[in-house]
Design a binder for this molecule. Structure first.
Ligand code: COA
Length: 167
């Protein structure tokens, strides 16, 4: 499995990944809305490609803010059902975290399974006074500091750009 930034020609394959992973179009639409927005960061949109050239998984980080402070949202991440539970999702997430850390980013927010994301270092965001702009269970709204002390003084409401209104 090769993990690399997405290319223009991957768009249809990425759409298929999310449609099959989530069983609906919303996340695939979100990818496309983010891609057309100012929050899109090409180097943080990664695909997992099989030896046969099939796009098996995709995940992206894009720009959001926490009370005006630049941050990143990890959304969406999906792996095609036939390719799940082989470590691809984990590898995509680790590589996104690595790319963001190397680029000097400070933190990442995720809304997701609280049984899945803690293994990558994500913690409940409410511990830091970081809160979502919509009602969700507190345990599913998580944050990852990309370096020690990165969350010092960071608190408040997370602001998602317009593109996220598609989900
Ligand atoms: C979540 C997802 C991206 C993980 O990708 P993956 O390649 O299957 O993940 P990995 O192989 O790296 O890790 C597998 C582990 O993930 C966990 N996991 C997978 N799906 C999970 C789910 N729906 N809920 C909780 N944990 C889950 C399990 O702990 C699993 O370990 P196990 O096989 O020992 O039980 C993938 O299952 C997926 O696309 N799911 C549907 C879409 C989705 O829910 N996306 C995430 C939104 S938060």
């Amino acid at each position: 499995m090769q993990i690399r930034p997405e290319k223009f020609k991957d768009a249809a394959g990425i759409r298929t990944v999310h449609q099959s992973a989530f069983g609906q179009a919303a996340e695939a639409n979100l990818v496309e809305a983010i891609r057309e927005s100012d929050g899109y960061i090409a180097e943080f949109s990664l695909v997992a490609v099989s030896e046969q050239g099939e796009i098996a998984g995709h995940g992206m980080l894009s720009r959001i803010t926490i009370d005006g402070i630049p941050s990143l949202a990890l959304a969406p991440v999906g792996v095609k059902p036939a390719w799940q539970r082989k470590g691809i999702g984990g590898e995509l997430i680790r590589r996104m975290i690595e790319a963001a850390t190397e680029a000097g980013e400070q933190h990442i927010i995720v809304l997701g399974h609280d049984s899945y994301y803690p293994q990558f270092g994500f913690e409940r965001a409410d511990r830091y006074g970081i809160i979502p702009p919509f009602p969700v269970l507190p345990e599913v709204f998580m944050v990852l500091a990309l370096e020690r002390g990165a969350l010092k003084g960071v608190s408040g409401t997370v602001e998602y750009p317009e593109s996220f209104n598609t989900v």
